[in-house]
Design a protein around this ligand. Structure first.
Ligand SMILES: NC(=O)C1=CN([C@@H]2O[C@H](COP(=O)(O)OP(=O)(O)OC[C@H]3O[C@@H](n4cnc5c(N)ncnc54)[C@H](O)[C@@H]3O)[C@@H](O)[C@H]2O)C=CC1
Ligand SMILES: CC(=O)C(=O)O
Length: 370
């Protein structure tokens, strides 16, 4: 198979979807790899390293789309790319289609096979290709919260951990999954008072066992949330209903009673966001203020720490990319249930329920197509 590695084009997105080490593995398995010029430069992987690994460098995305059987990205294809995608081509990347109607339509029209990293799901419910970026985004969420609490950044001038004789900040994390735990771990390590909310009692029990003493796992419901966000200096949104739009948990009404200069970080923005006032921002202009509360809503947070993220992401995606390349998408999906859950669009048909529900489109069971 010919595998195409595209350069990211979202604002200040510097990750790349395959390291030179990944190219070596592809080539060893008998595949040809074409890499768009400078695709890895933002993560410290120059073109020469890809050539040494056995890849060919192409100048433009159009050439990569024209040549490859499977194209890989980190972020979703942008509108300028929809018409370059060929019928029957495999597109393997983050898609987040339940939050992006134009992209859903663009990919349906392309008649390609679109496999979303974020909906690949193992039998235990874990999301192996979302997990590494959730670890990064969770850890970053606390850093961003701490940064925007500083007075020169428009915050209320509170140090997350406090100091001797002065109480620490209160951090409320909504969602106790991978993002939530990583955010809470960082906030606890810095000495904040941390509440972590989830609706899954087993998960809360687990968090109660493993988290440090300054972390309080709490059952999430609207009245508890209202009470806690009023005390909060930082609120981190980290809920997920896999592949579906995020529920709006922090309402406009709650927001207006929050402390002036407090910060909310909506990590779930890639699934539409879990705060009513959220709208996606970019690394170029990451924040905006509503009712005195700073909103940080960057949909590709890990892009800011591109080298760490590229390595963490490709550690997870490479085995799946190799399986698709080695077997072809149909056989790979027939033999790997986790990968099957990643298939969102096939030949113009939506095969992921969360996406068809989000846009009122017909749903086709993937088993009818393989
Ligand atoms: N903005 C960015 O750059 C990035 C965003 N993300 C996003 O972060 C979100 C969270 O991802 P993960 O932590 O990996 O998911 P996860 O599945 O590990 O955790 C989600 C948690 O939310 C909980 N939950 C669901 N509904 C809830 C509710 N109403 N109240 C409280 N908790 C609730 C679930 O029980 C689960 O424990 C996803 O939307 C993911 O796509 C992930 C990485 C990067
Ligand atoms: C999860 C995701 O969309 C990202 O890492 O950008």
């Amino acid at each position: 198979m010919i595998v195409g590695i595209l350069k990211e084009i979202k604002v200040l997105e510097r990750r790349v979807c395959m390291t030179p080490a990944g190219v070596v593995a592809m080539v060893q398995n008998g595949h040809e790899v074409v890499v768009e010029k400078d695709a890895g430069a933002g993560s410290g992987f120059e073109d020469a390293l890809y050539v040494e690994a056995g890849a060919t460098i192409l100048d433009t995305p159009a050439e990569v789309y024209a040549k490859a059987d499977m194209v890989m990205h980190v972020k979703e294809p942008q509108p300028s790319e929809y018409d370059m995608i060929r019928e029957g081509q495999i597109v393997f990347t983050y898609l987040h289609l339940a939050a992006d109607e134009p992209q859903t339509m663009g990919l349906m029209k392309s008649k390609s096979i679109c496999i979303a990293y974020e909906t690949v799901e193992k039998a235990d419910g874990s999301l192996p290709l979302l997990l590494p970026m959730s670890e990064v985004a969770g850890r970053m969420a606390t850093q961003e919260g701490a940064k925007y609490l500083e007075m020169p950044m428009g915050g209320r001038g509170v140090l997350l951990g406090g100091v001797t004789g002065v109480e620490p900040a209160t951090v409320v994390v909504i969602g106790g999954g991978v993002v939530g735990v990583n955010a809470a771990k960082m906030a606890c390590g810095l000495g904040a008072k941390v509440y972590i909310l989830d609706t899954n009692l087993d998960r809360l029990r687990y968090l109660d066992d493993i988290m440090p003493a300054n972390c309080y796992p709490v059952m999430s419901n609207p009245s508890v949330l209202r009470e806690l966000v009023l005390q909060a200096d930082v609120v981190i949104g980290a809920v997920l209903i896999a592949g579906a739009k995020a529920p709006k948990l922090l309402t406009k009404d709650m927001l207006k009673d929050m402390k002036d200069g407090s910060v909310i970080v909506d990590v779930a923005i890639d699934q539409g966001g879990c705060f009513e006032t959220s709208k996606a921002t970019t690394h170029e202009d990451p924040t905006f203020v509503v009712d005195g509360v700073t909103h940080y809503c960057v949909a590709n947070m890990p892009g800011a720490v591109s080298r760490t993220s590229t390595m963490a992401l490709t550690n997870a995606t490479l085995p799946y990319a190799l399986e698709i390349a080695n077997k072809g998408w149909k056989k790979a999906v027939q033999e790997n249930e986790a990968l099957k859950k990643g298939v969102n669009v096939v030949d113009g048909k939506i095969t992921f329920k969360g996406v068809s529900d989000a846009w009122n489109l017909d749903y086709t069971d993937i088993n009818e197509l393989i």
